[in-house]
Design a protein around this ligand. Structure first.
Ligand code: PXL
Length: 272
């Protein structure tokens, strides 16, 4: 098969299989990328909510990162649920040793809460993410709730997304990708990529479905897969947007509440 690209997700487990590392691995697979994993936490979760969780010891999270980086090679890495400030500190150190964020592209998805609104870390966690991970991020991919937690800015329209992108860029990442999914009044879903000088709009349709669990994770992991395959950041961001738009368009009901987005849509119709 020749050289297979690889990508690492540093993320939590969703027992419902919609979000978290399960969404990331599925996305990597359908993008032709071998998935490596550093598990941060296990959530007890279904479509009704996150009922319990257990965080892994920080040295076990760091150990997973260093083990795969030393032996298998990481083409690109991303973060999801990081659980605590202590885990973020350990992740930052391990990334330094593994050259993630310097030689290896690093996508920081600043996941703050589950889609049911359950916090996936606290205020100290968001401060640690801002101070320790954003300065080494190749791209940060916040939704509008996460923009508010990181910058204090409340975005209610497309114009303010520009302001938010500038404020986030000042925190140190090379690129900022502000996602517009939460602008529910906007008939389109136009995300914004900013590199400190140029704004690039990523247009997309707003798809009318309640089943969007795992959308943010799938966007960030498709972007990461694109980087692992050697794409530029703007091309990988366009690829991520294309991937997640299709995943939302093919989402399906499962359980009592919000169902998962699909990673199956890239499979042949007879295999879905
Ligand atoms: O979608 C963000 C997310 C990430 N990681 C885990 C989650 C969720 C949302 O529910 O449960 C483990």
């Amino acid at each position: 098969m020749g050289d297979v690209p690889s990508a690492l997700t540093i993320a939590g487990s969703d027992s419902g299989g919609a979000a978290g590392l399960q969404a990331d691995l599925r996305t990597f697979l359908t993008c032709g990328v071998h998935g490596l994993v550093a598990v941060t936490a296990v959530t007890v979760q279904n479509t009704l909510g996150v009922h319990d969780r257990s965080d892994l010891p920080p040295h076990i999270v760091a150990g997973q990162i260093e083990a795969v980086a030393a032996d298998m090679g990481v083409g690109a890495a991303k973060t999801g649920m990081l659980a605590s400030a202590e885990i973020i500190t350990a992740v930052a150190r391990a990334c330094d040793r593994a050259r993630i964020g310097t030689e290896i592209p690093f996508v920081v998805d600043p996941v703050a809460a589950s889609m049911h609104g359950h916090p996936l870390f606290d205020e100290a966690g968001m401060a640690a993410l801002r101070d320790l991970l954003l300065p080494r991020a190749t791209v940060v991919t916040p939704n509008l709730d996460e923009v508010r937690l990181l910058t204090g800015l409340t975005v209610t329209g497309r114009e303010q997304m520009h302001e938010a992108a500038v404020a986030l860029h000042a925190l140190g990442p090379r690129y900022v990708l502000v996602k517009s999914g939460h602008l529910r009044e906007d008939p389109e879903c136009v995300d914004l990529l900013y590199d400190g000088s140029t704004f690039l709009e990523l247009p997309g349709a707003r798809i009318d479905t309640p089943h969007t669990h795992g959308a943010g994770d799938s966007m960030a992991s498709a972007l990461t897969a694109g980087l692992a395959r050697g794409m530029s950041v703007p091309d990988a961001a366009r690829f991520g947007k294309w991937f997640v738009s299709n995943a939302v368009a093919h989402s399906y009901p499962m359980g009592a509440k919000v169902g998962p987005v699909s990673a199956f849509w890239r499979l042949a119709p007879e295999d879905r």
